[in-house]
Design a protein around this ligand. Structure first.
Ligand SMILES: [Zn+2]
Length: 121
């Protein structure tokens, strides 16, 4: 029971982009711009946990971002295919690519947050 609560809390912390150590501070700065790349805090505002422990630390997050994009593409394609089966394949593919591009900003953030939760120090 407690293990399930810990897992759901971890999932909520990742979705809410919280610090892996204290779960209070935010990993990213709050911006309303949809065009700019998200900016990470250097360290947690609450517990001073340093997010990027060394240069190039987040290279591994690219693999997570890739996995998220593939998953979103597969789900989007299957949903489009189920909703409109007569749509030509090139339009289904274009819509799928559009969905992946729209989710890119969130993927960028989620992959880094997942990475620091997987490999905390
Ligand atoms: Zn913290």
């Amino acid at each position: 029971m407690k293990n399930t609560q810990n897992k759901s809390k971890l999932l909520l912390d990742i979705i809410n982009e919280k610090c892996p150590k204290c779960a209070q501070g935010f990993v990213f700065t709050r911006t309303s711009s949809l065009i700019k790349l998200p900016v990470m805090h250097y360290k947690c505002e609450n517990c001073a946990y340093i997010f990027e422990r060394e240069p190039g630390y987040f290279l591994g997050a690219m693999y997570i971002s890739y996995g998220l994009s593939v998953l979103q593409g597969i789900v989007a394609f299957l949903l489009i295919n189920a909703a409109i089966p007569t749509l030509p394949i090139y339009l289904k593919s274009l819509i799928t690519i559009g969905v992946i591009l729209l989710c890119g900003r969130k993927n960028y953030k989620m992959s880094r947050v997942i990475y620091i939760h997987i490999f905390p120090w």
